[in-house]
Design a protein around this ligand. Sequence first.
Ligand code: ZN
Length: 251
Amino acid sequence: MNRSYKTKAIIIKQFEVGEADRIIIAFSRDFGLITLKARGVRKILAKLKGHLELLAYTQLEVHKGRSSLDTIIGAEAIDSFKKIRQNLRSTSRLYLVLEFLNKILPEGESHPQIFDCLLFLLKSLDKKESRKRLIVIITYFYLQALRGLGYYPHFRECIKCQGDLKRGSNLFDFYGAGTICRDCGRGENLTKISDRAVVFLRFLIENKRIFLPKIKISAKISAEAYALVEYYLETTIDSELKSKKFVKLID
Ligand SMILES: [Zn+2]
């Protein structure tokens, strides 16, 4: 029986254990979220280290553990996104993405579409993008990830009465995961959402990424949409994302 396998993965978390071993949490295209061990044998780890950095897209060779964690025996970075690392604004936002994925992805369940979308996000951010574009692409990623994991937020009609949204004064219900019309939202403590943000978010969740470069949106609306999505992420994982503080510091 073959006791080892190869898989392409993005490194989303890592930390030291014991004397020198390292735990690597990777998002693999084939197997979803996987927790692996890199043994602290100095020679081996030194050789692997550069290929196991956070965010790196890496071809992993893994030895199956019988009762313990699988062990990384080889790693070769396909892309380590050097330009992203030089840009604090991109890296701080991406740490938030990684933290979110680590919390929301179920271990060992493959999500190739979310994986491809993450790779697209990394490749886009590795080019020089304006702050506004960065927000648009990340908002798109979050919406597609939420959609793939069954947390689809609705922006098309009122989730209570199923009626069409009328212009002006619509609301968003984070726990109901969708927009609410003025009449249904009366007296409830819900968040206001502008008409333009509704249209923008609807477009992002319903369309393929080939349309992304065509989007024209003001910084104000993309910021409103991003803030709403970020709060919705926290509702779905039921906790605050710690990296948010870091993003605020950099912005
Ligand atoms: Zn309604």
